[in-house]
Design a protein around this ligand. Structure first.
Ligand code: NAP
Ligand code: GLV
Length: 331
């Protein structure tokens, strides 16, 4: 029987899948993630780990966990899981691509609309007794319909997000490493450079993974190029944006607003200047949080573990261990 450490309570059939394959599960009971020392201790005794974006697995932890064979992240992003170090140690890292794309795209639209039309701000004001009358000048926002939408990173989520723009008669620009001619043909998206996209877009939405290339992809130089009054949407990773530069762009009125599901750090301390801007919407990293999607993400992570522990290549590997660690237990 292999031991699988699961770093949080997870929905769906996730644990059933692991049990049906004959594995033992140890679920971290806390509402908060295991602190680094507890994570390291749990990995040391585990054959597999089912981790969240909040669990930072370091090379040192991997070195210290000789029986560990797979880190199955319950997320599409895997910047927390040190895939290169894991490969060197013979450990698979897997993710959950695709299943969360539509749910995440829906949510990105919800916060983009919320920022553009003061939804969260006016709700807070109404609850605080601020609704005195219909006001011709209250909560004036900006229109999305027929505006230009710039999508940075046209992968699974970026494309799902951009497709929804057709219902708003928006023109879609995209900047991605590779050109997506099918999406251009099917949906009329226009491929352009990052600089041109920033210059022309009324709304800019980030959908790239976090890596060395995308760290602070939106920095002072990029904010200097944005169309005045445009709105930034970030459901990718907080570190894709240089947050000091974002604060400066909001302060100077270069950006009209921002909708952020991810920040740097997470959670964002309440005294952070971003909270002082009424035109900024901040949500606690919940873009994939529908019951159906989170259940499927957990189940995919479990399926990755079952395959890796059976000595097979897991279906959603993001690294390639030079020589995967052999089994130290019989399932
Ligand atoms: P994906 O399908 O891999 O798409 C990523 C896209 O980014 C690809 O099209 C890729 O280009 C592009 N890209 C990569 N590096 C780039 C760069 N330097 N410049 C421009 N484009 C670049 O991933 P996904 O499923 O859409 O997810 C994207 C990210 O969203 C995840 O990595 C995760 O961090 C984040 N996410 C957040 C939440 C949330 O709860 N807030 C939920 C899900 C995902 P190519 O096509 O050329 O490779
Ligand atoms: C969530 O942030 C994910 O990467 O799935």
């Amino acid at each position: 029987m292999a031991r699988v450490f699961v770093t949080r309570t997870v929905p769906g059939r996730t644990l059933d899948i692991l049990h049906e394959a004959g594995h033992e599960t140890i679920v971290w009971p806390g509402e908060l993630p295991p602190p680094p020392d507890d994570l390291a201790a749990a990995l040391r005794d585990a054959d597999a780990a089912l981790t969240m974006v909040t669990d930072r697995v370091t090379g040192e932890m991997l070195e210290d966990s000789p029986s560990l064979r797979i880190i199955a992240n319950m997320a599409v992003g895997y910047d927390n899981a040190s895939p290169e170090a894991a490969a060197r140690h013979g450990v698979w890292v897997t993710n959950t691509p695709g299943v969360l794309a539509e749910t995440t795209a829906d949510f990105a639209w919800s916060i983009m609309l919320a920022a553009a039309r003061n939804v969260a701000l006016s709700d807070r004001d109404t609850r605080a007794g601020g609704w005195k009358t219909w006001s011709p000048t209250g909560f004036l926002g900006v229109d999305l319909y027929r505006a230009t939408l710039g999508v940075i990173g046209l992968g699974e989520i970026g494309e799902a997000f951009a497709r929804r723009a057709r219902g708003f008669d928006m023109h879609v620009l995209y900047a991605s490493r590779t050109r997506k001619t099918e999406a251009e043909r099917d949906y009329g998206f226009e491929w352009t450079s990052l600089a041109d996209l920033l210059h022309r877009s009324d709304f800019i939405s980030l959908h790239v993974p976090l890596n060395d290339e995308t760290h602070h992809l939106m920095g002072p130089e990029q904010f200097a190029r944005v169309k005045p009054g445009s709105v930034l949407v970030n459901t990718a990773r907080g570190q894709v944006v240089d947050q000091d530069a974002l604060v400066e762009a909001l302060r100077e009125g270069r950006l009209g607003g921002a909708a952020l599901d991810v920040t740097d750090p997470e959670p964002l301390p309440l005294e952070h200047p971003l909270f002082s801007f009424p035109q900024v919407v901040i949500t606690p990293h919940i873009a994939s949080a529908s019951l159906a999607t989170r259940s499927r993400m957990g189940e995919m992570a479990a399926e990755n573990i079952v395959d890796a522990l059976a000595g097979k290549e897991p279906p959603h590997a993001v690294n390639r261990p030079v020589s995967p660690r052999p089994s130290s237990s019989t399932p």
